[in-house]
Write a protein that binds this ligand. Structure first.
Ligand SMILES: Cc1cc2nc3c(=O)[nH]c(=O)nc-3n(C[C@H](O)[C@H](O)[C@H](O)COP(=O)(O)O)c2cc1C
Length: 207
């Protein structure tokens, strides 16, 4: 039997934006700012977090959260982020492509969301998510230098699949190609317009 413990459902129209690039003021920060800006103009409350500015450990697989229902292994900057994730009805993940995949920060962040799962004692374990069934929605975006979408490798999938498993409906995803220099995405009005469209959509989705 799978435990069905749930977090309290999100209360307002709040959206949490998570950026996974170590380059401050880079393309990820710009895209995330535009997505959140458009959502805010539509009436949502937003907060932008740059993961590399936080101090947190990757999941070490201690499984203490299975027993305790929350991560008790670490008391780091994720401790403050967990309630914000629970409170937000919308989530935005934006990440540059690093070697065909998400950056180490986004991977570590996603792995630390393991404590939102309920597991039973079967092997393989039955599982459910404490965040599921609450109308949570997400948008994701990835930015890379190369021009073919295959050069993004697993980046969008590596964000979409775990978010869906956690109970988010991923309503849109934006692949941004051919951008190398930090912040150069600002010079592409068509990409900025797309980012803003995602933000507006998510803002409406959490209304
Ligand atoms: C370690 C590293 C690995 C990268 N791997 C890829 C890659 O596999 N494919 C690609 O197209 N671009 C790759 N890039 C280029 C970045 O994705 C690109 O410069 C992006 O615009 C960076 O976004 P940012 O400014 O938000 O950090 C890589 C960059 C770095 C630093």
């Amino acid at each position: 039997m799978v435990l069905e413990k749930r977090e309290s459902p999100p209360s307002g129209r709040s959206i949490l934006g998570i950026g996974g690039s170590p380059r401050k003021g880079g393309n990820t920060d710009t895209l995330l700012g535009q997505i959140l800006g458009a959502a805010q103009e539509g009436g949502a409350r937003t907060e932008q977090v740059r993961l590399p500015d936080l101090q947190f450990q990757p999941c070490v697989g201690c499984e203490l959260c299975r027993r305790n229902g929350r991560c008790t292994r670490f008391d780091d900057d994720m401790t403050e982020l967990y309630p914000k994730i629970v409170e937000a009805k919308g989530l935005v993940l934006v990440c540059p492509v690093h070697n065909y995949n998400v950056t180490a920060w986004i991977k570590a962040f996603i792995d630390r969301l393991y404590c939102f799962y309920n597991f039973n004692d079967n092997r393989p374990s039955g599982w459910s998510s404490k965040l599921a069934g609450q109308g949570r929605k997400a948008v994701i975006a990835a930015v890379c230098e190369q021009e073919d979408k295959k050069d993004m490798g697993f980046t969008l999938e590596a964000m979409r699949m775990p978010l869906e498993a956690l109970g988010f409906e991923v309503i849109e995803e934006l692949p941004v190609l051919r951008i190398f220099e930090a912040g150069r995405v600002s010079e592409h009005p068509e990409v900025i317009a797309e980012a803003r469209r995602l933000g507006t959509l998510l803002g409406e989705g959490v209304a």
